[in-house]
Design a protein around this ligand. Structure first.
Ligand SMILES: Cc1ncc(C[n+]2csc(CCOP(=O)(O)OP(=O)(O)O)c2C)c(N)n1
Ligand SMILES: [Mg+2]
Length: 544
């Protein structure tokens, strides 16, 4: 037990929990926290230019390290500015702690027009947090932060929030820190494992759908071992890219809006094992589980199981323990028949032909990137045309190397998330793919990149349009273009004005530009002019 201010209690608790960096924006209600950062070397404070970036950077940091990321903001507008980023982390099951200010204790809930006041602040972010709490006294601060951390390390990781009023942050009180609890991993129920293994072993054509939960649980090795034991192909969501090396003989790549090699395989499967995925709308059409297929659903979050498709067997467990148990049980006897590998090869060839037909230019760009990027590169796939096509065309061979905004599809997330990813993985190349529309959301953070020497590479595809919406107008609305054209500055010049490296290149020389950026190691913007192309979700899936 020790006497300290509320602000010191926040910082001491963060240090105790192993936090190394906080992404923040100061303001009067949180200045006691800032003051407690003064003169201590344990935690670096990085100041950004808009609160959206606090939570985006925390998210990027969390995705590459697997450790919670921490954002610090003022109440009201600070919290509101951060909330789309929290929503993105919520969609992607990423652990982000939002430390938020509040109005003075005596003003909370009074609607008196106190500075930065918002009524029912926590209600505004409850839909994008797993857990949130206000610490009313100094002794409540450490338990609140420690519980937030526990919530993010146990079960499904999702954002949390802790808020403290400025009078509490300035007050003195007794603070007790307890040892962080080791994560309790939830094991699957044995009888269900036995039945699931029996179904998988007896299947004529078993198929595995792997989602982001596999990577979060660190269950890649178990996934590949189970697939190999069964001879079952593995399709993934885009969040799960890399949980099986995508050049593995059993990897089908990403299934997305009815497209992908999986769309040929999935309809033929008789038993489907879904693991760490909600089976959301990207599983529509040919990829979706269907009668009379048997669905076995393994997920740490029991509310996900059977939500979108009825599951014959539910396994509410940690993905690694669940897959391990299934593997042990499957190995008891030889499986009935592996999926003929020649068929899987044909499906991948069909996908390649489809890609060359539908998006040859985008595929060429992605392959140029692939040619110069080492496997450990973190690619942050933005809401932009080339990034959608990279779901299929980019070959991810390692986990935690490909970041998406999941079903939130948050325009503007890619660059600030990449900044946080680079802070978490300074020795790996981090590349953000973004459109000209999306980059503008957080463009001023080029100053943050330069200030802290965060050597991210941003590839901006410039079609002078909100391309996906513009293409929608051409295909669905008879070319009635309204509100989808953009006027842009030269992004390469803008980068230079900020003190970053700026390169403009035609798509044909993108690999050279990228190599130059990799060699330089500084924050770099590569501007690539392109036409507007059709995204995969605006192309009708082929019926087979
Ligand atoms: C926060 C948010 N606002 C709006 C959208 C809708 N939206 C999806 S793609 C898109 C256009 C993006 O334009 P750009 O970044 O230039 O990429 P492009 O489609 O041109 O490749 C828009 C407006 C979104 N996904 N997220
Ligand atoms: Mg665009």
């Amino acid at each position: 037990m020790a006497q300290m201010t509320g602000g010191e209690a926040v910082v001491q608790t963060l240090r105790h929990e192993g936090v190394e960096v906080v992404f923040g924006m100061p303001g009067v209600q949180v200045m006691s926290i800032y003051d407690a950062f003064y003169g201590q070397a344990g935690i670096q404070v990085m100041t950004v230019r808009h609160e959206q970036t606090t939570a985006y950077m925390a998210d990027g940091y969390a995705r590459v390290t697997g450790k919670p990321g921490v954002a610090l903001v003022v109440p009201g507008p600070g919290v509101q500015n951060a909330s789309a980023a929290l929503g993105t982390a919520y969609a992607a099951s990423s652990p982000v702690l939002l430390l938020a200010g509040q109005v003075e204790s005596f003003n909370v809930g009074r609607d008196r027009g106190a500075l930065h006041e918002i009524n029912d602040q926590q209600d505004t972010i409850r839909p994008v947090t797993k857990w949130c709490q206000r610490a009313h006294t100094v002794p409540e601060i450490a338990p609140a932060i420690q519980e937030a951390m526990r919530q993010m390390r146990h079960g499904r990781p999702r954002p949390t929030e802790v808020e403290v009023s400025p009078d509490v942050l300035a007050a003195l009180g007794e603070v007790t820190l307890v040892s962080p609890a080791a994560p309790e991993l939830i094991a699957p129920e044995w009888e269900s494992v036995r039945r699931a293994a029996e179904l998988l072993r007896g299947a004529r054509k078993p198929l595995i759908w792997a989602g982001g939960g596999v990577g979060i649980a660190g269950a890649e090795r178990e996934l590949v071992a189970l697939a190999e034991a069964l001879g079952a192909p593995v399709a993934t969501t885009n969040e799960a890219k890399g949980v099986i090396p995508e050049d593995h003989r059993l990897a089908l790549g990403v299934g997305y809006f009815g497209h992908g090699a999986s769309s040929w395989a999935a309809p033929q499967a008789d038993v489907v094992l879904a693991v760490g995925t909600r089976l959301t709308t990207q599983m529509t059409g040919l990829n979706a589980p269907r009668e009379p297929q048997t669905l076995i659903h393994l997920d740490i979050d029991p509310t996900v199981i059977g939500k979108n498709y009825p599951a014959e067997i539910s396994l509410a467990a940690d993905a690694r323990l669940g897959l391990q148990a299934l593997l042990e049980e499957v190995r008891q006897e030889a499986p009935a028949a592996p999926w003929p590998e020649a068929e899987l090869r044909d499906m991948r060839d069909l996908q390649e032909r489809w890609l060359q037909e539908q998006a040859p230019d985008q595929v060429e760009i992605v392959r140029r990137l692939q040619g110069v990027l080492p496997d450990e590169t973190v690619l942050v796939s933005g809401i932009t045309n080339v990034a959608y096509w990279s779901y299929f065309a980019y070959c991810a061979r390692q986990p935690r190397c490909y970041i998406t905004s999941s079903y939130f599809a948050t325009l503007g997330y890619s660059f600030p998330v990449a900044l946080g990813a680079k802070v978490g993985a300074p020795d790996r190349p981090v590349v953000s793919l973004t459109g000209d529309g999306g980059f503008m959301y957080a463009l001023p953070e080029l100053a943050t990149a330069v200030q802290y020497g965060i050597g991210v590479i941003v590839i901006v595809f410039v079609d002078n349009a909100l391309g996906a919406s513009n293409n929608d107008q051409h295909t669905r609305f008879a070319g009635r273009v309204v509100g989808t054209q953009l006027h842009n500055p030269s992004f390469a010049e803008v980068a230079r004005v900020f003190g970053a490296r700026g390169i403009r290149t035609e798509p044909e020389r993108l690999d050279e530009a990228l190599q130059e950026a990799l060699n330089g190691g500084e924050p770099t913007v590569i501007e690539v002019p392109i036409p507007t192309w059709a995204p995969p979700f605006q192309i009708t899936p082929r019926s087979h």
